[in-house]
Design a protein around this ligand. Structure first.
Ligand SMILES: *[C@@H]1O[C@H](CO)[C@@H](O)[C@H](O)[C@H]1NC(C)=O
Ligand SMILES: *[C@@H]1O[C@H](CO)[C@@H](O)[C@H](O)[C@H]1NC(C)=O
Length: 133
């Protein structure tokens, strides 16, 4: 008797994944961010409320902000395919795979520190506003 195995790929509208502060702390650690976890978690909560599909804007200069870290399309990601200094499509920063979001955030941080994010400057600087777990 033959068994037919049918693989079904379910493609639906991207569901918003919303992370708690504790889950964010774990997610960051698993992606190689090992210091300043409270600042990072506070930054994400301030910018996107932990919502992977958060899209902000349009900003006054016509740019948009994408994903957990609200990465700005003016410099960092491409609005029509991979681009920007992170060489990633902005749309990819809205899906549930957050590895590319974190890689891009590391790049932004390496260049500008936490001050690159208004959410951090306004709500997390001195002292960080959250204790994740
Ligand atoms: C997450 O963000 C998306 C896009 O802005 C929004 O539609 C959704 O309601 C948000 N989810 C939660 C739980 O806030
Ligand atoms: C556009 O506006 C965003 C959000 O205010 C800002 O992060 C970005 O630096 C601005 N870009 C330019 C070129 O002014």
């Amino acid at each position: 008797m033959m068994l037919a195995v049918v693989l079904v790929t379910i493609v639906g509208p991207a569901a918003a994944k919303v992370y708690s502060q504790c889950q964010l702390a774990t997610l960051l650690r698993n992606n190689g961010i090992t210091s300043n976890i409270n600042d990072w978690v506070c930054l994400i909560i301030s910018e996107s409320s932990g919502n992977t599909t958060a899209k902000g804007g349009p900003n006054s200069n016509g740019s948009y902000d994408y994903g957990l870290f609200q990465v700005n399309s003016r410099y960092w990601c491409g609005t029509s395919g991979p681009g920007g200094d992170c060489n990633v499509a902005c749309s990819k920063l809205l899906d549930e795979n957050v590895a590319d979001d974190i890689a891009c955030a590391k790049k932004i941080y390496a260049r500008h520190g936490f001050s690159a994010w208004y959410g951090w400057k306004n709500k997390c600087k001195n002292p960080p506003a959250v204790t994740p777990c």
